[in-house]
Design a protein around this ligand. Structure first.
Ligand SMILES: Cc1cc2nc3c(=O)[nH]c(=O)nc-3n(C[C@H](O)[C@H](O)[C@H](O)COP(=O)(O)OP(=O)(O)OC[C@H]3O[C@@H](n4cnc5c(N)ncnc54)[C@H](O)[C@@H]3O)c2cc1C
Length: 401
């Protein structure tokens, strides 16, 4: 492949470019990004940017001189509007023809029907900087959706002393990622911080940008209303491309777009074939995106592919780090392996194991970072329950509880 055109100048796009160069690609690389900013990292937006610990420059993954060093042609502030074979059409009417195209256009925040434009969401650096200012100048926050991003924003607001209410449709927050037991632990973090967490609660409509009506007819108002109910893949520009785009660009196990020659997709926008599930799976995780960028670059270059890695995601909430290793979606039972948060003890230091039968498929640590590396090894091998509990005993042996 000579000229590689990468659409989407976020984490996946820039990592693919880096991997192509480190893998020996000498041909031209063009990186197309809809935002004016150089490629930047998103996890700090809801953490260090909102808390005020970092300024905007620290989230930049590669500034323009660093992109020049990689000998990349970049077109920032330029959105792709079409794909025809391996030719990308841009919003200024020009087009870029490549020998290979990599789609890394990520996702956009999902909105509720009838959501006023002035209701907040958090996806971009500009969103985060504006939200930080708004939090500094407000007294109350209402979050619709108690997922990771909702939790991190709620934490930033509680740290400033705002009154915070969180509406979550499921029985517990963060349940989609952590399951019922993990969600119960996460829920305790919300309430122990002083946030008013209302689970099983849905809004029926927005009265205006500051007021929502609930299913029971009552209303809730706040200075800031933020919706964090997930995201949808950025696929609009691919209409007419002939690609299979249901929930994400359908890809095989190395990111090749199904039924299209010379087109790959990765990161949040891509639904890769998952051998374990026997189906396609779209993942919105930082480490998965980085891993996929390495696979795509090496596949384009015809190099040996890296070994599959164990999925990992983290979230910083209410003063502790939640770390999830493995595939909780494969579990049929859950066991508290370290700590006693599920029995009413401190959430901090609790680790739960997710099992398929007796085999460990995932672990979630709540403020337990020192235990995770060794447990990760057990997830990788699908260790038996007995082995997991023995290691857990060994790990807490030296811990004062
Ligand atoms: C606030 C926030 C906090 C997060 N925290 C965590 C965390 O703690 N842990 C974790 O594992 N993950 C976290 N994530 C998720 C993680 O950041 C993503 O999984 C990762 O950024 C995905 O990379 P990507 O390249 O697929 O998409 P992105 O990084 O979103 O990049 C996509 C880029 O494509 C551009 N684009 C879109 N459409 C077009 C177009 N038509 N033409 C050109 N460019 C286009 C977009 O402007 C964007 O810059 C967080 C995400 C957010 C928003």
């Amino acid at each position: 492949m000579e000229h590689v055109v990468i659409v989407g100048a976020g984490l996946g796009g820039v990592r693919t470019a880096e991997q192509l160069r480190s893998g020996g690609h000498r041909g031209p690389i063009t990186l197309i990004g809809a935002e004016e900013h150089p490629p930047y990292d998103r996890p700090p937006l809801s953490k260090q940017i909102l808390s005020g610990a970092w300024d905007a420059e620290r989230v930049i993954l590669r500034d323009k001189p660093a992109l020049d060093e990689l000998d990349i042609t970049y077109r920032l502030g330029s959105a792709a509007v079409s794909l025809n074979g391996t030719t990308v059409g841009l919003d200024d009417g020009t087009s870029v023809a490549g020998d290979a195209v990599v789609i890394a256009t990520g996702v956009t925040a999902r909105a509720i029907p009838g959501q006023p434009g002035a209701v907040w969401s958090l996806r971009t650096l500009d969103d985060a900087l504006a939200l930080r200012d708004a939090l500094d100048n407000s007294r109350s926050l209402l979050v619709v959706g108690g997922g990771f991003i909702g939790a991190e924003v709620a934490h930033a607001a509680r740290a400033r002393g705002l009154d915070v209410t969180v509406l979550e449709a499921m029985p517990g927050p963060c349940e989609r990622a952590l399951g019922r037991e993990g969600g119960a632990l996460a829920g305790r973090l919300f309430t122990e911080s002083g946030a008013d967490l209302r689970c099983g609660s849905r809004i029926s409509r927005f009265v205006d940008a500051h007021t929502v009506e609930l299913a029971d007819g009552s209303t809730l108002s706040a200075d800031i209303v933020l919706v964090g109910i997930g995201a949808t893949p950025e696929l609009s520009w691919l209409a007419g491309s002939g690609l299979d785009v249901g929930d994400g660009v359908a890809c095989d196990r190395t990111g090749r777009a199904v039924g299209a020659a010379g087109v790959w997709a990765l990161g949040d926008v891509a639904a890769w074939w998952d051998d374990v599930r026997g189906g396609r799976c779209r993942t919105e995780h930082w480490t998965t995106t980085v891993d996929q960028a390495a696979i795509v670059a090496r596949d384009i270059l015809g190099l040996e592919l890296p070994a599959p890695s164990v999925p990992y995601v983290w979230s910083d909430q209410f003063g502790l780090k939640i770390q999830l290793v493995g595939r909780p979606d494969l579990a049929d039972n859950v066991l508290q392996v370290i700590g006693d948060g599920l029995d009413g003890g401190p959430v901090r230091g609790t680790v739960i194991g997710y099992f398929a039968g007796d085999r460990l498929v995932a672990v979630a640590g709540f403020g337990a970072p020192r235990h995770l590396p060794r447990l990760r090894g057990l997830v990788a091998t699908g260790a038996h329950r007995g082995t997991v509990l023995s290691l857990a005993q060994e790990l807490i042996g030296g811990v004062v509880r």
